[in-house]
Write a new protein. Structure first.
Length: 336
């Protein structure tokens, strides 16, 4: 590792010499579990983010020029959550804790608190889903929007409204995305119709979300996809959806609410043939959309048991799945 001196940075206490380092291929910038007192801005080259999961080492992401590396450890004082290794000869600018905290001290206290809260939530989310956010910038960006909605999103009637400059600033603080990667993620999400970018009458840019439920569903879809799993309802046919729509309609009058969900007896289904309805119900049980309870537990009545939220999610997924699976090119455009 080569160390190169740079200019002085004023921290309010004493000048700190700006430091640049060069890492050779296969050389670690830091290791998982270490305490972190500095973070890096990748000026040149490429690094790999890797984490040990049980007996295996899994590569979570490849970061390129402009990426920030290791900043979360400075924000929450937690050990490094992964190992970062140079893939090729890489040059970084090093920001140590003294410089970082001096710059952060100039930020309003309320913003510092928000940044640390969002960082904590993202770290927790990363841990729960096996670092899906690091692998998937669109998922990470949407996850951040969900967490920021209670603080920054204003209701515009048909949509939620975020000041775009706030979104961009907090993306830099709370994710590993560079400005270019942030823009690419936004472009891709615009193609998926999950967000829109526009200006108000004063010319200020805003990010708009018309369906926050779809954004949350997209995060769930991409997290499960990263784990090699399929979201419930993704493989339903038109026939399945028609059956569920009929079930939902009839249940409004004939369904019975139980602690486990809504129960609808086969005898109350005034649509389709009984044999076909029973066959579809069995298929949907295998797909984890509903269950077939023991008749004795339902007053000796045969039927289906389902959760209203599951049916709502299935309907929304049918609407949005073509956009979730839309192929997006590296420049944020829909593939032809």
């Amino acid at each position: 590792m080569a160390i190169i001196g740079g200019g002085d940075l004023k921290t309010g206490q004493r000048p700190v010499r700006k430091e640049e380092r060069t890492y050779r291929a296969n050389e670690d910038l830091f290791r998982e579990g270490e305490r972190g007192d500095e973070f890096f801005v990748l000026q040149e080259g490429e690094v790999a983010v890797r984490k040990r999961i049980e007996e295996n080492v899994v590569e979570l992401a490849r970061l390129k020029t402009g990426a920030m590396i290791g900043e979360m450890a400075l924000l929450d004082n937690m050990p490094r959550s992964a190992t970062v290794t140079a893939v090729s000869l890489s040059r970084v600018t090093v920001i140590n804790r003294l410089v970082f905290e001096a710059v952060l001290a100039k930020v309003p206290l309320w913003l510092r608190s928000i940044v640390k809260i969002v960082t904590s939530r993202l770290r927790d989310a990363n841990t729960r889903v096996g670092k899906a956010i690091l692998r998937d910038q669109e998922c990470g960006f949407c996850n951040m929007l969900v967490h920021l909605s209670h603080r920054y999103a204003k209701s515009g009637g048909e949509y939620l409204d975020y000041p775009l400059h706030v979104v961009r600033n907090l993306t830099g603080f709370t994710t590993r995305m560079s400005q270019r990667e942030c823009q690419s993620a936004m472009d891709a999400l615009c193609q998926r119709k999950l967000v829109e970018i526009g200006r108000d009458t004063a010319g200020a840019e805003h990010l708009y979300i018309r369906d926050m439920g779809a954004v949350k569903l997209f995060v769930e879809y991409r997290r499960l996809l990263a784990q090699g799993r399929t979201i419930t309802g993704a493989d339903l046919s038109d026939v399945h959806h028609e059956f569920l729509s009929n079930v939902n309609y009839v249940s409004q009058k004939q369904g019975r609410q139980t602690p486990e969900g809504v129960f609808l007896a086969y005898s109350a289904m005034d649509f389709g043939e009984d044999k076909i309805n029973r066959a579809l119900a069995k298929e949907l049980e295998k797909k984890r959309v509903l269950t077939l309870p023991d008749a004795a537990s339902m007053g000796n009545a045969e039927g289906i048991l389902y959760n209203k939220n599951t049916l709502t999610k299935a309907r929304k997924l049918k609407e949005w799945l073509p956009l979730f699976t839309l192929k997006i090119t590296s420049n944020g455009k829909a593939a032809s």
